[in-house]
Design a protein around this ligand. Sequence first.
Ligand code: 5AD
Length: 454
Amino acid sequence: MNRVYIKTYGCQMNERDSEAVAAMLRARGYVIVDTERTADVVLLNTCSVRDQAEQKAIGKALNLAARKRKAPDFVVGVMGCMAQNRGTDLLDRLPDLDLLVGTQKFHQVPDHLDHIMATLRGQGPRPSTIVDLEAEAGSQNTIRDHLDHGHDNGAGARQVTAFISIMQGCNMACTFCIVPKTRGEERSRPIDDIVAEAEQLAARGVRDVTLLGQIVTSYGRREFPFVDGRSPFVQLLERVHAIPGIARIRFTSPHPRGFKDDLVQAFRDLPKLCPNVHLPLQSGSDRILRLMNRPYTRDRYLEIIESLRRAVPEMYFSTDIIVGFPGETEEDFEQTRDIFERVGFDMAYIFKYSVRSGTPAAEMAGAVSTEIKERRNQVLLDLLHIQSLMRNLQLVGRTVEVLVEGPDKVGRRLSGRTAGNRLVHFAGDVRLVGELIDVKIERASAASLVGEVV
Ligand code: 5AD
């Protein structure tokens, strides 16, 4: 009666929240399983950023509700962004939910489940849906527990990469975006807590950490002072950089507005900071950027890219783009296509604009048809394929440093990543997991590289 399956929708922050919930539940004696079939409890950790993500989770929840009608002891909960966004309105369609938990209450899940489980054992009446959606001061400090993967998969394949949540919330006001509503105000964790967490992960064998937040460049802006012209975020990078076991540091997502000289300088000065920056662009048209309330121009964006390339010539860039924002004309899209090609993004998440009720853009005129969105989406995907392939082909014949992560999906080879975050497959012994090794690249596709250990 204590097997829990957590299904996660959406971004890395959601992945990290789910992992923290799983770790807290395991510490309470629950067993985390990796299929919904064998679970007594299914928790959906949801995403609201586009309608499609919400519809998927609702479909899944309806499905689970049907299973629950046949097996009344089965427990179903909805957590995270959609719970926060839709609140108790969700119960109109999902009256049988046991649990509805918002983005600042993940740490309460063990208590709530304990309570439900006790009632299933006959200790008291079973509650109707437990609803926990309030804001909570200090909740950013509660996403800190990690699953011990080494302990999970036994096979000596230790965990090599980890996410660390450094802040929660977003104070930007992009007109398309629901995240300020679902994640609340920006709140940062203390540097010392984050460093302690990174040290613990390093002690467990983690070599590559990704610092996470909705707007990481806003880290500590209100809480902590600048020191010698360096922002709290850059100070944090320096502290994590000083941890001996950590070999690679990444972060996501920054905001172009937060990309100042101190951060560019950090890429020059901190060798563990990986040459791979995810910098959401959203649109290449100044007119659309203004309508989106994104406080930069295409020229400023290109300037940031240039300064980073000057600091680290082999820098890899990825981005987020929205096509079909209200009023986006062919000329606007052409500006996006142009900058997409100029920067030569190596990776990108390209989204078709999705109306989010309650956001300013939802009230804007000039809806773009699905067909046009599809077409613009495809144009960028085709470009991305070519750019990604060209960049990977440049590595053929060269020897690159790879951090070995584990057996690849097929299980016959190992896989790992370059500092620039390119996926590499190669033959090798599992004892290499966690090591930085040299691999000579022999073949390339847009998605990955194949090589031989040197
Ligand atoms: N429609 C489509 N994409 C969106 N994003 C955020 N809101 C929307 C929306 N309403 C995208 C942005 C953001 C990423 C996480 O999701 O590109 O950077």
